[in-house]
Design a protein around this ligand. Structure first.
Ligand code: LMR
Length: 395
């Protein structure tokens, strides 16, 4: 029955985790999958999460089903965190999903159910799982230029030229902040221009925000998408709590939809629920309860916000250490962009051979193209990482 199954291709990001685990070298360094690590190399459970979990353990009296919509108080809280005052009242629905990835897939299915011929325009480059996940939902992908690795700069003119041709009813995927894999973000003027284009051309923005708080701050990182959300008639948002709440393995995110009217938004809610029932039936409870507990307790929320700020400062200082090392070892300022980019990732634009050589000769693990998780860089690793990178790039 299953003899026709073809061997699956390894996932370009998750495969690195396996290779790293198998490596016996004591000095190996992992800059693969996007997880934050503290100065001793651990991915900590934030204190606010531990406290919320302690309370849940004490208070929980049942494990009975919660329902297809998941935790209603979480759904409201995550909407507030993402959109704040920009949430357009009864034109906005938010639904708990298993991670940000679960949200992307769910929203893809809702698009497919309503407009199966809509194309989704993805930036080049983008997170390698965007295209496959949305294709698996039955949609067709198109692409727009976003970033040039050689000059480490955004291709704004080309991006706007291409997006000017997107027809009404297509979807344009944007990264809310901390663009994965480049660390190069749109500025407010870009968000304003894209909002005007969505309004005049009739395309629907789909914003993936997985790193809120890791760029400039929890509010600053959502400013562009909030501007857009308060103006466009329809919009989709995938939010993730993996990184900013440190809840990676608990798989908690949200699908947020903005509709043209209250009635249209109710229909969206119905479609989200029906699709949820057909895939996971009901979303897993734990992560949602933790986030709800934090965001509905002012003291706990304040503590969590301070923890996110501290993670962001550590990432920024790791970026600065690497940029300093690259500057002194290369005698040039051409790697200063590492300190200017934001969020977990920067990508050097390495070839497959260079990525392999980094791994084989220097025990340095990065994702294809040379994507580095700088939220996993300890201060003592900056010099050996810089030496490895320059060695493979200078050959
Ligand atoms: C990453 O890009 O490393 C993270 O978003 C983890 C993942 O699922 O790929």
């Amino acid at each position: 029955m299953f003899e026709n199954l073809k061997p699956s291709k390894p996932d370009p990001i998750l495969a690195i985790m396996g290779l790293y685990r198998e490596d016996k070298r004591a000095d190996k360094m992992d800059f693969g999958v996007g997880v934050f690590k503290d100065l001793s190399g651990n991915t900590p459970v934030p204190k606010a999460v531990k406290e919320a979990e302690r309370r849940l353990l004490e208070q929980q009296t049942s494990k009975a089903y919660v329902g297809m919509a998941g935790d209603l108080a979480y759904n409201e809280a995550i909407k507030r965190l993402t959109l704040a005052e920009a949430a357009p009242g009864d034109r906005c629905v938010s639904l708990q999903t298993p991670g940000g990835s679960g949200s992307i897939r769910l929203l893809g299915e809702v698009i497919q159910g309503s407009a199966p011929s809509a194309q989704v325009w993805l930036p080049t480059p983008t997170w390698p799982n965007h295209g496959p996940t949305l294709s698996a939902a039955g949609l067709t992908m198109a692409s727009y230029p976003y970033f040039d690795f050689a000059s480490q700069s955004l291709l704004k003119a080309q991006m706007f030229d291409t997006l000017a041709k997107v027809p009404a009813g297509d979807i344009v995927l944007l990264h809310g902040c901390c663009h994965n894999p480049t660390g190069a973000d749109l500025d407010m003027a870009d968000w304003q221009r894209l909002t005007d284009m969505a309004l005049s051309q009739g395309f629907v923005p789909f914003v993936d925000i997985a790193y809120q708080g890791f760029g400039q701050g929890l509010e600053e990182d959502a400013a562009g998408l909030r501007y857009m959300a308060s103006r466009v008639p329809e919009m989709l948002i995938s939010a993730s709590c993996s990184k900013n709440f440190g809840l990676y393995r608990d798989r908690i995110g949200a699908a947020i939809m903005i509709g043209k009217s209250a009635e249209a938004t109710q229909a969206m809610r119905g479609a989200l629920l029906a699709r949820t029932r057909l895939s996971v039936s009901m979303p897993p409870a734990h992560g949602a309860e933790v986030v709800r507990e934090i965001l509905n307790d002012p003291a706990l929320e304040q503590g969590w916000r301070a923890e996110v700020d501290a993670m962001r400062r550590q990432i920024q200082s790791a970026r600065q250490s690497l940029a300093d090392q690259m500057r002194s070892l290369s005698n040039s300022d051409r790697f200063d962009f590492i300190a200017q980019q934001r969020g977990m990732f920067s990508t050097l634009g390495l070839s497959d051979a260079q990525v392999e050589r980094l791994r084989d000769d220097f025990a340095i693990y990065v994702v294809g193209g040379g994507r580095m998780n700088l939220a996993g860089l300890r201060p003592d690793q900056a010099a050996p990482l810089a030496r490895g990178l320059l060695a493979v790039m200078e050959d």
